[in-house]
Each structure stands twice: as C-alpha cells, then as structure tokens.
Design a protein around this ligand. Structure first.
Ligand SMILES: Nc1ncnc2c1ncn2[C@@H]1O[C@H](COP(=O)(O)OP(=O)(O)OP(=O)(O)O)[C@@H](O)[C@H]1O
Length: 253
C-alpha cells in the first residue's frame, strides 16, 4: 500500500549556459518511501537536490510538496513546509554540545509560535523531545560532548538528528556516511532505520552497500537525465545501469 505523495517533481530542467545539467526529471516520493538517488560523478545529483530545495531555480518544471506547488518559493519557506536537507555540522558551533545543538534546532523550528520566555511546560517538552531524539539517533552517550570533539561518524549522526528535529515531511540525506569508516556506517544506517516511518527519505549515496541496505527504490541519474528507476533488485540487475554507472565509476575513481 502506498502513502500520500509528499514530493512530486515534474519535468525539472536546468541548464548552465549551454550545459544541460538537469533534463526533464520527474520523480514522486510517497510517505514511507526510502529512495536512493545514484549516478556517476557529475550525473547531476547535487544539482537536482539544489533545484528541489530551492538553492537554484529551475529553467523548467514543477515541484510540489504535500500537494502544494513550491516551485517559486524560497528555500527557507520550503524548509518551513517540511522539505529538509541534512545540515553540515562543520558549519555550526564546535564548542556547543550535542544536546545544545538539538535544543536550538527544536527552538528554531518552533520559533513562529514560541515566545522567548517559555512556560515551564514548554521547557519540559523541549527536554523530552531532545531526549527522544538523542535516543533514536544513538547519541545519548555523547549528549554532553562538545561537537568539536565528537568522532566524525557521530557528527554525521548529529547532522541527521538536526534534520529530524525540524519535523520533515521529506528528508534529503546527502551522502550521510561519506568519510565515515566502514565499520561505523552501520550505526548511521541503524539510525536511518529508526526514522519516523511516515516521512519520505531521499538519500544520495555512492556506497552501494549502503544504498542496497537502505533503499526500497532507486533512481539512477546519468548526464542530467533519469536513466531508470526501480526496486533495488531491478536496478542491480539492469545492464544499462551497470554500464553507465559502474563503467564511468571505474573511469572516475
Ligand atoms: N553552478 C554551476 N555552473 C556550471 N556548471 C555546473 C554548476 N553546478 C554544477 N555544474 C555542472 O553540472 C554537472 C552536474 O554536477 P553535480 O554536482 O550536480 O553532479 P553530481 O551527480 O552531484 O556529482 P558528484 O557525484 O561528483 O557530486 C557537472 O557537469 C557540473 O560541472
């Protein structure tokens, strides 16, 4: 049974001068979907995410979030409506603890209704919500650790936790395990497994082990176009994917 359509991308295109980096890409993510976006280097994955999140405007196409056309909306407004991309912790405050980061994220999310002089109940609610997030992400043991002294794998976990704190409808994870030692990437996958089941997750990832363990569906981009999409088993067996993706990966790496 499929959930409600949360992200509907239709005919999305973008060129930089004469270079067509996204060509007529269409994609639907439903509640509960776990979709991986893959493709060789330069295929247009980052450009696609930048278009969807509003970092750059498309040349053509539409983007709907939970039924609402957001194509013309600024990035911050899309965030408010539930389209969240994982943060880069490196950009945040290295001396602040893990817990403080999550508290800030929750407060920022609630900014519109929350008055600075919070009621006791609100503060208690905040503590409870942050404790749940710490637990779900496997970060409880390092809650009081400054982010600057966290092992890299746990910094990446915090990035995901901060995104989840924003209460996404659609969560975009950009190479969540990049740079993380293989032995630690399992913890990241475990945390992703525990994400709320009703949100749609789109993961860009090069690590095929991770992709096949995470994804219920896979979308393959090549040269700015949607090459094919299907279940993990269908994509693994697709000779076109093997040639375009693995062939060019062998060239690039
Ligand atoms: N601002 C820009 N101006 C011109 N060309 C750009 C710009 N941004 C991206 N490109 C080009 O668009 C193409 C797609 O790049 P993109 O970074 O989206 O690919 P990718 O699939 O994310 O690659 P990777 O896996 O290496 O991160 C590349 O040829 C890139 O050089």
């Amino acid at each position: 049974m499929s959930g409600a359509a949360l992200l509907e991308v239709e005919g999305l295109s973008r060129n930089f001068g004469g270079l067509q980096v996204a060509s007529d890409i269409s994609l639907t993510l439903r509640a509960g979907d776990r979709c991986a976006l893959i493709g060789p280097n330069g295929a247009g994955k980052t450009t696609f995410v930048n278009l969807v999140t509003g970092v750059i405007p498309p040349s053509a196409g539409t983007i709907r979030l939970a039924g609402r056309d957001v194509t013309g909306l600024p990035a911050a407004e899309r965030v408010r409506l539930g389209l969240i991309r994982s943060f880069q912790v490196a950009r945040l405050f290295r001396s602040m603890t893990v817990r403080e980061h999550l508290e800030l994220a929750v407060l920022q999310r609630d900014r519109r209704t929350f008055r600075l002089f919070a009621s006791v109940a609100r503060v208690a609610g905040l503590a409870g919500e942050v404790a749940e997030l710490l637990d779900a992400m496997g970060l409880g043991a390092v809650a009081s650790t400054a982010v600057g002294s966290l092992p890299y794998g746990q910094q990446r976990l915090l990035e995901i936790a901060l995104a989840v704190a924003m209460k996404p409808k659609v969560l975009i994870l950009d190479e969540p395990a990049a740079g993380v030692p293989h032995a630690e990437s399992q913890r990241i996958l475990d945390a992703i497994d525990r994400l709320p089941t009703d949100l749609a997750v789109l993961m860009i990832e090069h690590d095929m082990d991770l992709v096949f363990r995470f994804a219920s569906s896979i979308v393959v981009l090549a040269q700015g176009r949607l090459l094919c999409s299907g279940t993990a088993a269908e994509i693994a067996a697709d000779p076109q994917v093997r040639e375009v993706y693995l062939g060019s990966r062998a060239d690039a790496r």
